[in-house]
Design a protein around this ligand. Structure first.
Ligand SMILES: NC(=O)c1ccc[n+]([C@@H]2O[C@H](COP(=O)([O-])OP(=O)(O)OC[C@H]3O[C@@H](n4cnc5c(N)ncnc54)[C@H](OP(=O)(O)O)[C@@H]3O)[C@@H](O)[C@H]2O)c1
Length: 293
């Protein structure tokens, strides 16, 4: 089986590349970063499909700068909608199974229990709008695509909240972190392992189960609780204090949902894989960091 990974230098792309090379060496993965394949370039996408003949595409390429997107709408849509559409068309033309990643930020955060796939979407910002437009483009061009919505992704690579906390925590005695936004932190290593387990199924079974799924660890946390757990688990010489603040005290360009945890029951029932608790994922991520230190 040939798997093409786009956006391969992003935090999820790196983890997926590692997951297949470690656990499924018989699968041939072709990892292409932005420099090798810009998904907004339609003819480059067609060329890449002709060259690599993928059975499965994992689209990890995305515009993910949530605040910058507010003033960079065209770029966010060009990548998250236009790029996704190019890939979906290429997948449909070559019968490639498309796995596309989307976000909890398609929701407005007014729920009081984890979101299910049938809940109404209502993004609060440009990033969420562009990702929702991408989901729709994928569904319209590639009816057999699997769209996996993720929330609060972090890893030891790339820019993410976990990395920011560890960096700031090493130099500051006191941090202020928002405590009234709730979601679920997801370690890329766990997400990638779960996607690899899903792809162990025959291609026809994947095609038969096309649709939108929520993929998330279990449990709910605030950013403040996540920060606290990071500092509890990390072996720091000196631990900073973490003050709980409100969203109003930390203004950002983009509005974010107050609650965006995702209910992964549909994914578990369909593919038979369950992610562990977010705390277990954090332990694994910190252990990976300690090993590579
Ligand atoms: N991060 C989160 O908290 C989060 C939460 C929910 C869902 N998601 C979704 O999960 C998926 C993976 O996110 P991630 O956290 O791994 O993001 P990431 O670390 O920002 O990686 C995205 C990758 O896409 C690449 N890219 C951007 N524009 C491209 C283009 N035109 N052609 C090809 N590649 C391009 C980026 O390259 P450059 O760095 O060179 O621009 C980057 O390597 C995305 O669909 C995202 O929306 C993420």
């Amino acid at each position: 089986m040939n798997i093409l990974i786009t956006g391969a230098n992003g935090q999820l792309g790196i983890a997926l590349g590692k997951a297949f090379s470690t656990n499924a060496p018989s699968i041939r993965t072709i990892s292409v970063a932005r420099g090798e394949l810009d998904i907004t370039n339609k003819s480059a996408v067609i060329d890449a499909f002709n060259r690599h003949s993928p059975d499965v595409l994992l689209n990890c390429a995305a515009y993910t700068a949530v605040d910058r997107a507010e003033t960079d709408r065209d770029a966010a849509f060009a990548i998250n909608e236009g790029g996704a559409a190019n890939l979906a068309q290429a997948c449909a033309a070559s019968n490639t199974v498309m796995v596309h990643f989307s976000t909890d930020y398609v929701f407005d955060g007014s729920a009081t229990r984890p979101y299910v796939e049938t809940d109404a979407t209502a993004p609060l910002g440009v990033y969420g709008e562009s990702k929702l437009a991408g989901e729709r483009a994928v569904a319209s061009f590639a009816a057999q695509a699997i769209v996996l919505r993720l929330s609060w992704v972090y890893s030891n690579e790339g820019a993410n909240f976990y990395q920011t906390m560890l960096r700031l925590g090493a130099s500051r005695e006191h941090l202020r972190v928002v405590a009234d936004q709730f979601g679920t932190p997801n370690f890329t290593g766990d997400l990638a392992g779960t996607v690899a387990a899903m792809l162990a199924r025959p291609l026809d079974a994947l095609r038969a189960n096309a649709g939108t799924y929520h993929l998330s660890a279990r449990g709910v946390a605030s950013w403040h609780a996540f920060a606290d757990a990071i500092f509890s688990g990390a072996q720091l010489a000196r631990r900073p204090t973490v003050e709980a603040i409100t969203t109003a005290e930390y203004p950002t360009a983009a509005r974010r949902p107050a609650f965006s945890a995702l209910d992964a029951s549909r994914f578990a029932a369909t593919f038979g894989v369950v992610l562990p608790s977010w705390q277990a994922g954090l332990e694994r991520c910190l252990a990976e960091r300690a090993l590579s230190a």
